[in-house]
Write a protein that binds this ligand. Sequence first.
Ligand code: F6P
Length: 546
Amino acid sequence: MTTAPKRTDLPEWQALAAQARALRRVHLRELFRRDPARGERYTAEAAGLFLDYSKNLVTDEILTGLFALARACGLAGARAAMFRGDRINVTENRPVLHVALRNRAQTPIRVDGKDVMPEVNAVLGRMSAFAQRIRSGTWRGHTGKPIRAVVNLGIGGSDLGPAMACEALNPYAQRDLAVRFVSNVDAAHFVEQTRDLDPAETLFIVASKTFATQETMTNAATARAWCLRALRAEAAVARHFAAVSANAPAVAQFGIDPANMFEFWDWVGGRYSLCSAVGLPLMIVIGPENFTALLDGFHLMDRHFAEAPLERNLPAILGLLGIWYNNFWGAETYAILPYDQALRRFPAYLQQADMESNGKQTDKEGRRVTWQTGPVIWGAPGTNGQHAFYQLMHQGTKLIPADFIGFCRTHQALGDHHVKLMANCFAQTEALAFGKTAAEVAAEGVPAALIPFRVFEGNRPTNTILAEQLTPATLGALIALYEHKIFTQGAIWNVFSFDQWGVQLGKVLADKVLTELQSLAEPALAHDSSTNALIRRFRQARQPIL
Ligand code: F6P
C-alpha cells in the first residue's frame, strides 16, 4: 500500500477549514444582498436537470477551494479509471462498470481485454423479448392463462431500484399488469403481497446477484411452494419463475429454466444495478421503449459527469457541497426531499446507494480515517415532511443540508394540486435560507415575550433540482446524478465506495443464531449475556415451525 497524504493534511483541506470558520459569521441574507445575481450565477444544467445551488453557505472563493480539493484528491483520474474499466473495487478485485449497462454510444468497454458491450446488449435484447411476451399476453402460465402479476423477490440492490422506479414511472405502466415487491424475510411481506394473486397468472422474478441471500432464497422457496400448491406440477416452475443473477449454477440448481435466466456480471454492484437485468420488472411494466429512454437519461448524465469541467459538473458540485457541510460544518445527516409523490421511495433508494457505498471507516491505504465519511441519508416527499420533521429543520439546533427535487409539469394535472405542491417546494427553501428576523416578527405585532419562539434564524442550506417532468429519461439522469455524486465523495474521502464488508458480520452471526433458535435440544450458548438471554427467552415462547 502507498502512503498518500491524509486528506486532512492536504493544504486544500486546511484552507477550506479556515474558510468555514470565517464564513460562520456571514448569513445567506448577506450573501444574496452582496450579489443580486447569485440566484442565476450559482446554477448548472445537464441531461434535463437544472440545479440551483445558490442557497448554500458558499462564496466564489469557497467553491474555488472545493474544486481545488477535488483536483488535489485526483477526482478526474479516479473517474477516468472507472469509465475505463480498471479494477477500482480493489477489495473485491473487480471493475465498476454500471456505466457500461447504459453506454448508449456503444463505445467498447473492456474487461480483461474483452469488450463487454455485446453481452450487455444481448441481455437487454433477451429482456426486451421476454418483457414483450409478458406484456402482450403471448407468454402463458402453466394453465394457459396470461400473466397478470409480476412479483419481484429480491432485497437491497435487487429490490430498491426497481421498486422505486416502478412507482416513479407509474404513469408509463401497463395498468393491467400488477407489479409487487417482496423483500423482507418476514413472511408478512410475502403473504400480504400475494394475498389477492392467482398463481396461474403470476410470474415470480427471483432477483439476486449472488443467489445466496437468505431473505431472497427463503422467499423464493416459499413462492415455489405457493405456486406448486395451486398448480400441482413441477413443470409449472418453468412458466412462473424467472431469475436475475450473476450466479448461473445456483439458478439452475434452484430449478429455474436457464432460458428464463437473465444474467448480470460481478462488475455491477447491487446498488448500481437498476440498468442491468435487475430492471426486468420495470421493463415489463413500462415496456422496453420506456426502459431504453431511462438508459438514455442515465447515459446523458454519465457523459456529463465524464466530460464537463468540474465547475459546471452537477454530480461534482453536489458532491463537493455535501463534503463542505459533512467535513467542515459538522453536519451528520443529509435530507432528500422530493416534491413528487411518485418519488416516495427515492430517499430509501439513495440510503442504500449512498450509505452502503460511503459508510466506510478505512481509507484506501488501509488506515482508520480521521475525517468524517458518508452522512446519514434520509427524507420523505414534500409536502408530507413539512407536517412532520421540518420543524426541526427550521428551528432545531442541527444543520441539515437538503436537496429539494421538483418538476414543472405533472402527469396528474388535477386542478391546482401541482402549483400548490411546487409553491410549497420553493417557499420552503426560501424560508430555510432567509428565515425571519426578530425585527420582522415584532413588526407583525407579535408580543415581545413570544418573539424568540417565532424567529426563524434561516441560513439553512439547500439545493433545488428542477426538471420539466418526471419521465423515464429524467429519472435516469437523476439517479446517475446521485450515483456520481457518491463517487465524487468517495474519491475525496479516499474510501472504496464499491464494496460493503460492513454487512457481512451480521449475516454470519444470524446463521449461527438461526441454528440455535431452531435446535430441538437446548443449545449450548456462548454469546454475551444479553444475546444468550434473548435467545433463551425467544425459544421459550416461540411457535412451532410450520
Ligand atoms: O447485504 C447487502 C447486499 O449484499 C447488498 O449489497 C445487495 O444489494 C443485497 O445484499 C442483495 O444481494 P443479492 O442481490 O446478492 O441477493
